[in-house]
Design a protein around this ligand. Structure first.
Ligand code: BGC
Length: 802
């Protein structure tokens, strides 16, 4: 095994869906699943191509009512490539003997390779070596290269290359009852002598997509004169290339694809741009060189080196790789957020959730310009969030739980329980805490970059409007002399209502309330930081009265936080009235109990009755805030907590959590990093395996879990290093697991790179000549000075003795 590639050594039809998601190639502008070029969509293969922000809305009649869903559209399949010998069949892995098979995702260069040897039913043996790239330098290009060697046969060979617009969204079985035909073909035909083009449009959002493909054949590096024939069918354009082959002589087929849409910058018209794109580029090798160069620059910024565990290292790189394919430098010019399941599949329809909370820390510390662009996706939808708030009877701005093209609430109102076959009311839109997540992301971006212009032009306005929303969502409880937030859901999706109350919503979700207390204070900070001129501008534009920040301050000190069992923070008010759940009994009965909600509903019961969580909820607080921040938050709220509350709370909920969301293990591993290193490392390894090993049994094929992927990287870069900056001091609290011998990474802070190397003996920090601080470094209780252009080596044993 190498730490730079994901490899498979046999063809396993039942694993294809998973491998396709994991071998997706993309560049932030578009991505294509790692499906075999010769295969169409069916039970085994699902070749999906998704454009960042490429949504379309369709209505469906379900359970007697019309529901409307917006989906990230599966775009025409540009991969199509196959061959056949004269009198033979088109290449199909399921119809031949596979003599050898190797598939490799080369993470360093961003190339997907297959090397295989097959024997068809007439005894013809063929070797095939394929390579694929989705260009990281030019987001509108992709390319395929196939080396086909007939080992024991010769004669006429035909290759078929195509652009296939007959695709629908069929990647998630649960959605199969929903409308799924999103594309209309506008034109399909030749584009010059050796190329084809397909122009499609999404049926409702009217996004035009132009694809062109130029296919050439080479033998011994010489371009072949081939017999070409055009095939134009409904929603499909293809071309066959006929030529002679000899035993043992390879023919290289190269397909270069251009992809533009009507939303692109700096073009006249997408079809014209796509045609020019493929005319301007030469051979696959040239594209590969510039593509690999773009990846090499990205890796220089983003790699995390972990020595001691090759598997953990490989998976970490795989995670960074997919993050960079979902949000890359090309994102900067787009109006998009990061879909929870990447551009890798159709689960959650490409919607954007609070998961960005887990994703942005990695991007902040590597390419903060990308975070800025992603935050502007939210800023552009601020008006829609204002409308949502007003519609629900609140002030300010209320961001939706699920967001797509225009920022309206995209959460479904019913969802299918595959265990029972029933359509269930879905109340997840009540996860108003997403508003705290948007504010949190704005603030953390500002902290890492010091970007006051962003704060002044965009961030502060979002913070103020979110603060206003919360200020209008609280109610004063005269008995307690505290503010309540009622009728919401916390992050734990197992609980959406009280078993004893009609109607959805819970009161005083502790996570939400504490987050709100923090957010309100940050809105006040932003008010101060932007300066008088900007304050005046914003006050005028938003009709913000100087008294509002005073109200925010008051609320942020008097929000209610529920407790039970002597010092355990309750997930929500009255949580203690729920029944304990029979974890052992259900594990014995079902084995996999991640999705208890579905199992219990199918039994006619409801998980709402039990002290059982799908994912970290209260514990999220210990994940998002440093010990120092949390202590001051509770002090601000007027709660005096004893020293043991954190450990007690973690232990209490760890026992009662099914980790039914891949985000959950990230949080648990993080909060245990210093309390129980062994357990924390085990959870980190489980989190690393979430997608590679498809731990949820089938969900990865529908799209990777980007929050968990980014979370694992952040677990190394901040969780295990304990890296924090506050009061102009950079502090480290290293928790290097025994299984890892060293870690090396570079982090971007306020426009400069910080290099960090940690072994069991040494912590080494190095900063460039123009490092602007912090210059104070706190390591295991000792304060050091880190001058610009200097390197600081602290022996760990010594540090630990202090
Ligand atoms: C989790 C949510 C998450 C969503 C999208 C759900 O399973 O419970 O917290 O936002 O997936 O990843």
């Amino acid at each position: 095994m190498t730490t730079w590639s994901l490899e498979y050594h046999s063809f396993e039809p039942d694993q294809e869906g998973l491998r396709e998601a994991l071998c997706t190639l993309g560049n932030g502008y578009f991505a294509t699943r790692g499906a075999a070029e010769e295969a169409g969509a069916g039970d085994i293969h699902y070749p999906g191509t998704y454009l960042a922000g490429g949504y379309n809305r369709l209505a469906t009649e379900i359970a007697g009512r019309e529901i409307v869903n917006e989906d990230l559209v599966n775009m025409p399949n540009w991969l199509c490539l196959s061959f056949k010998p004269e009198d033979g069949d088109w290449f199909n892995l399921l119809a031949v003997d596979v003599l050898s098979y190797k598939q490799k995702l080369d993470l360093k260069n961003g190339v997907l390779e297959r090397n295989l040897r097959i024997r068809d039913r007439d005894g013809r043996e063929t070797t095939l070596a394929t390579r694929r790239l989705v260009h990281m330098g030019d987001p509108h290009l992709a390319a395929l290269s196939w080396d086909i060697t007939p080992e024991n046969w010769g004669g006429r060979m035909t290759v078929c290359t195509a652009l296939d617009g007959r695709v629908i969204n069929a990647g998630v079985a649960r959605y199969s009852q929903l409308s799924s035909t999103h594309l209309i073909t506008l034109a399909a035909g030749p584009a010059g002598e050796n190329a084809i083009e397909l122009l499609s449009e999404t049926s409702q959002s009217r996004l035009r997509i132009a694809q062109t493909a130029r296919t050439e054949a080479y033998q011994q590096d010489r371009r072949l004169n081939v017999d070409r024939a055009l095939i134009v069918e409904d929603d499909y354009v293809g071309q066959t290339l006929g030529f002679d082959v000899q035993p043992g002589v390879a023919t290289r087929i190269e397909k270069v694809v251009g992809l533009y849409t009507s939303r692109d910058n700096a073009i006249s018209e997408p079809a014209l741009a796509a045609r020019q794109a493929i005319e301007r580029y030469g051979k696959f090798a040239e594209l590969l060189e510039t593509h690999a160069g773009a990846w090499s620059r990205l890796w220089h910024r983003c790699d995390v080196v972990l020595e001691g565990s090759d598997r953990a290292q490989m998976i970490l790189r795989l995670h960074i790789f997919h993050l960079l394919q979902a949000a890359s430098l090309h994102t900067i010019d787009l109006d998009v957020g990061v879909p929870a399941r990447g551009l890798h599949g159709e689960a959650y329809r490409g919607h954007i959730f609070w998961d960005e909370l887990f994703i942005f820390p990695f991007i902040n510390s590597r390419i903060p310009e990308v975070t800025r662009a992603l935050l502007r996706y939210r800023y552009r939808r601020l008006d829609e969030a204002r409308r949502l708030a007003a519609e629900a009877g609140f002030k300010g701005a209320m961001y939706p739980w699920q967001s797509g093209s225009d920022g309206r609430e995209e959460s479904q109102r019913v969802h299918l329980n595959p265990k029972s076959g029933r359509w269930i009311e879905d109340h997840s839109y009540l996860q108003r805490h997403v508003n705290a997540a948007v504010a949190y992301n704005v603030w953390r971006y500002y902290e890492v970059t010091g970007d006051r212009e962003f704060l002044g032009f965009f961030g502060a306005e979002m913070l103020f409007e979110i603060a206003r929303f919360w200020a209008s969502a609280v109610t004063w409880n005269p008995q307690r002399q505290r503010y309540d937030i009622c009728g919401v859901m916390g992050p734990d999706e197992f609980h959406d209502q009280y078993p004893w109350r009609d109607g959805p919503g819970l009161d005083n979700n502790a996570y939400t309330n504490v987050m709100v207390a923090w957010v309100l204070q940050r809105a006040i900070d932003a008010y101060r930081i932007v300066g008088t001129e900007c304050q005046n501008e914003l006050c005028a534009a938003l009709s913000l009265s100087p008294a509002e920040p005073d109200t925010w301050d008051d609320i942020s000190r008097k929000l209610f936080v529920p407790f039970h069992d002597e010092g355990i923070i309750s997930q929500f008010e009255d949580y203690e009235r729920l029944e304990e759940f029979d974890w052992d009994g259900y594990r014995a009965k079902y084995g996999d109990i991640h999705r208890l909600d579905r199992l219990l509903e199918a039994e006619g019961d409801t998980v709402n009755r039990y002290k059982a969580s799908k994912q970290a909820d209260v514990v999220m607080l210990l994940y998002l805030f440093s010990a120092h921040e949390l202590d001051s938050l509770f002090e601000q709220l007027g709660y005096q907590l004893d020293a043991g509350w954190k450990t007690r709370t973690i232990e209490y909920y760890e026992k009662r959590t099914s980790h039914g969301s891949t985000l959950s293990r990230i949080v648990s591993s993080w909060v245990l990093a210093r309390r129980d290193r062994r357990h924390s490392w085990a959870l980190l390894n489980e989190a690393l395996e979430s997608d590679v090993a498809d731990v949820q049994g089938g969900t990865t094929a529908e799209g990777i879990h980007l929050g968990a992927m980014a979370g694992t990287v952040d677990l190394i870069q901040r969780g295990q290093t304990g890296l924090e900056v506050h009061d102009d001091t950079l502090s480290l609290d290293v928790g290097l697991p025994e299984e890892v011998s060293s870690m090396r990474l570079r982090l971007r802070f306020r426009g400069h790179w910080l290099e960090l190397e940690i072994t069991h003996d040494l912590v080494r920090l190095a900063v460039p000549d123009d490092w602007a601080g912090p210059h104070k470094v706190m390591l295991d209780g000792t304060l050091y000075t880190l001058g610009a252009g200097k390197r600081l080596d602290v022996p760990r044993r010594k540090a630990q003795r202090v």
